[in-house]
Design a protein around this ligand. Structure first.
Ligand code: NDP
Length: 290
């Protein structure tokens, strides 16, 4: 077997899916989890159970970590930190860019190398085509281990700053959570007016499908520093978001989300952007509220 052996620490739904993917590709996998029973089914499939974290780290150069967050990693690895020396720790736990940068320093202090990952798919996407994980850290180290990591998903190297994988992950998540919340708001508004989620769906899809054109159009103008009111004006948007707020209020549904949108537009108006594009709100968002 010429496939690189790996250690997997953390056997939540994500870690388990990853072990299956490595086993499917013929890798020898050593596993460790705080709750040992979560390894049982994997051991039946041929994974090797490590008796301790130390043993898990000692077994293989390449160690994949999938825990709740970086604090869980410290809880698990700190008692065995000396065993990190010479290891490549691929941390696929989600956290903030700052936490992943601190993690890289901590692993380096113990003689290891961290590659940080941002997993953009649910466990069902692991080992499937079309899914990807963002990576950041030392490029040469990433390239060495890329063929093995591709047993999980395709790989997207985001740069050497260890925080970049988490940054791109969080950029995706800020859009995901607010977009999905806007969808829940739309369904609540629809239901208050006698529509079902199924009734709302086609128009919701149409609305979301129109978004990529807006994203591209504004990206180019924003990078060029163009926020002119030639295409849209914040004052026009202000009237529109107030209609949205009132429509939701009239329907008797919660208005926290539309009110937050009105608040941001209002701050843009107060900052003097009435005649500019609503993209001028990016300038506002770059600073914390006074
Ligand atoms: P879980 O939160 O279910 O993972 C839990 C794992 O972390 C278990 O192995 C658990 O051990 C361990 N753990 C948590 N806290 C501690 C601790 N203090 N000490 C020791 N072990 C601890 O997450 P998932 O498996 O779902 O996901 C793992 C990572 O992948 C997360 O960072 C998540 O954000 C990310 N991710 C998950 C996605 C998903 O859809 N699931 C999608 C994209 C990213 P034990 O079994 O003993 O409780």
């Amino acid at each position: 077997n010429s496939k690189q052996p790996v250690t997997m620490i953390g056997l939540g739904p994500m870690g388990q899916a990853m072990v299956h993917a490595f086993l499917d590709e013929g890798h020898r996998v050593t596993v460790w989890n705080r709750t040992a029973s979560r390894a049982d089914a994997l051991v039946e499939r041929g994974a090797v159970r490590a008796g301790s974290v130390e043993e898990a780290l000692a077994s293989n150069e390449l160690v994949i970590v999938s825990l709740t967050d970086y604090n869980a990693m410290y809880a698990v690895l700190e008692p065995a930190a000396h065993a990190l020396s010479g290891r490549v720790l691929v941390n696929l736990s989600s956290d903030t860019p700052e936490m992943t940068r601190a993690g890289a320093r901590w692993v380096a202090e113990h003689g290891g190398t961290q590659l940080a990952g941002g997993v953009t798919v649910p466990p069902s996407g692991i080992g499937r085509p079309g899914s990807s994980i963002f990576y950041s850290g030392p490029r040469a180290c990433f390239e060495t281990h890329r063929p093995t990591l591709e047993a999980l998903t395709s790989t997207e190297f985001r740069g050497e700053d260890p925080g970049l994988a988490a940054l791109f992950y969080q950029i995706g998540m800020v859009m995901f959570w607010t977009s999905m919340l806007s969808y829940w708001q739309a369904i609540a508004l629809g239901e208050a007016n006698g529509l079902t989620a199924a009734d709302v769906l086609p128009h919701a899809i149409e609305t979301m499908t129109s978004m990529p054109d807006f994203l591209s159009f504004y990206a180019e103008r924003i990078d060029a520093g163009e926020h002119g009111g030639d295409v849209d004006r914040l004052a026009m948007g202000m009237a529109s978001v107030e209609h949205v707020l009132h429509t939701n209020a009239d329907a008797g549904v919660d208005t926290a989300l539309p009110a937050a949108v009105v608040d941001l537009f209002r701050r843009g108006m107060d900052a003097g952007h009435a005649a500019d594009s609503f993209s001028s709100l990016v300038k506002l968002l770059k600073k914390p509220a006074a």
